[in-house]
Design a protein around this ligand. Structure first.
Ligand code: UD1
Length: 423
């Protein structure tokens, strides 16, 4: 039997206490990428201790810039001396794709090997490439590499055929030093994009319209150093809420940003859970009586695809038939087979999962195959009768800062162990 590291989860303990929400992974990663667009010091504060942030700092170091970490502040300075992202780093994390926009703007050239990351659908980059080309760049790619170069970038109107988060971020970065005005039409509106723009504006960029479907970037010559905080992590906040919903309890979500939680919160509220703002702190409470819900994922401000699996775990405990329609990624149901091992009654029809929550859930041995799917399994295990074991922790560690500590600090029975998993 092979040795594995896994979470041992004993379900049924209520979760109570305070959780301090950290900066959003999906804001910090593009912000760190943007830091190569000036030689001066750029500090991104409130960076979580997760492997995606470690990997991004490795990418930056490999490009020749200096990176230091003091607590939650990560500081980047210096000029990139290389324009090629080493293949082992590019493959380790999909977010190395942000270096395309940042390096194209800064050095006029970038090469990266086809990025890895979570296996959730085809994840093409055509919207990024079409936009770069509109700005005057030449984009070449083969089976395992992408090469973008430009003598000069020139502002243009770019219509995005879908509000891709990464393409919006990459194109904002590429346009910041382009000559003239760029308008991104049909841009994504995620709060994490607003964080990136806040950093770039502090660095001297001229950008308007972030958080709306039309973003205008007037090119500037130079950027300078800045210090900027990311928005709070709404997906980690939502994951903790999902765990409280199924396990019961009352948790203060310290630092959660209520202004961008709308769609994350709404399906919970139809489920007999209670959310109040008390002295600037969100308090979430659940008596474990969950109602069936119909949820559809979509680009912001709709329900986030990253909450699909954690919330589906809640639907497994709701009385009656719920549904979950995934419209963002075409293959994001890997967790369904694992949830079925716990006794979940889930039928898949195309991009919709129908979940009958009246069965009851029992502990099982499960495998996390992606970051948010893994979080869904943990949520499900926290509400179940008996003990569960979840491996594939390298995915969870990409986006959750010591998830067993988050849950055990709140009273959940979760420990990380190494050894052989039960059959
Ligand atoms: C970002 C988030 C990820 C989240 C996703 C959707 C980061 C680091 N990651 O990923 O957590 O799940 O947004 O909210 O911020 N697409 C194309 N062509 C493209 C680009 C995207 O067809 O050029 C498609 C994708 O295949 C997918 C959809 O658009 O079906 C959304 O992708 P996108 O918004 O780009 O997601 P990411 O930026 O990769």
């Amino acid at each position: 039997m092979t040795e594995k590291t896994y979470l041992r989860v004993k379900g049924g303990s209520p979760l109570c206490g305070t959780y301090n929400v950290h900066g959003a992974k999906n804001a910090v990663l593009p912000m760190l990428a943007a830091s190569v667009m000036t030689e001066d010091e750029v500090t991104v504060t409130d960076c979580p201790y997760i492997s995606d942030v470690d990997d991004m700092t490795e990418v930056l170091r490999a490009l020749g810039v200096a990176v230091s970490r003091r607590g939650r502040d990560v500081t980047v300075s210096g000029k990139p001396t290389l324009t090629e992202i080493p293949p082992h780093l590019a493959c380790a994390m999909r977010s190395s794709v942000f270096m395309l926009g940042a390096l194209l703007a800064e050095t006029g050239e970038v090469r990266l090997f086809t990025p890895g990351g979570c296996r959730i659908g085809a994840r093409p980059l055509d919207i990024h490439f079409d936009g770069f080309r509109r700005l005057g760049a030449c984009v070449e790619y083969g089976e395992d590499y992408v090469l973008c170069h430009a003598e000069k970038l020139t502002g243009a109107d770019v219509i995005l055929k879908y509000p891709s988060v990464g393409a919006t971020e990459n194109l904002i970065m590429a346009a910041v030093k382009a000559e003239g005005r760029t308008r991104l039409i049909g841009a994504a509106r995620e709060p994490e994009i607003v964080s990136l723009v806040r950093l770039l504006v502090k660095m001297g960029a001229d950008i308007a319209g972030e958080g709306t479907p039309v973003i205008t970037v007037n090119g500037v010559r130079e950027l300078e150093g800045a210090v900027c905080a990311p928005v709070a992590d709404r997906i980690v906040t939502g994951t903790v809420m999902a765990a409280v919903a199924v396990a019961g309890g009352r948790v203060e979500l310290n630092g959660a940003d209520a202004s961008c939680l709308g769609a994350v919160i709404s399906p919970f509220l139809s489920s007999h859970t209670y959310l109040v703002e008390h002295g600037g702190v969100l308090v979430f409470e659940s008596d474990r009586v969950l109602a069936a819900t119909d949820v559809v994922t979509g680009p912001y401000p709709l329900f986030p695809t990253d909450m699909q699996a954690p919330f589906m775990a809640c639907q497994c405990y709701a009385s009656g038939m719920s549904s979950m329609r995934e419209t963002v990624f075409e293959d994001r149901f890997a967790h369904v087979a694992e949830l079925r091992k716990m006794g979940a009654d889930i039928a898949l029809a195309g991009n919709t999962a129908f979940v009958d929550g009246s069965r009851g859930m029992k502990g099982a041995v499960m495998h996390a195959a992606d970051l948010r799917g893994g979080a869904g399994l943990l949520v499900a295990a926290l509400g179940a009768e008996g003990e569960s074991f979840i491996d594939g922790l390298r995915y969870l560690d990409r986006g959750y800062e010591n998830i067993e500590r988050i849950m055990s600090n709140l009273g959940g029975k979760v420990v990380r162990e190494s050894g052989s998993l039960p059959e």
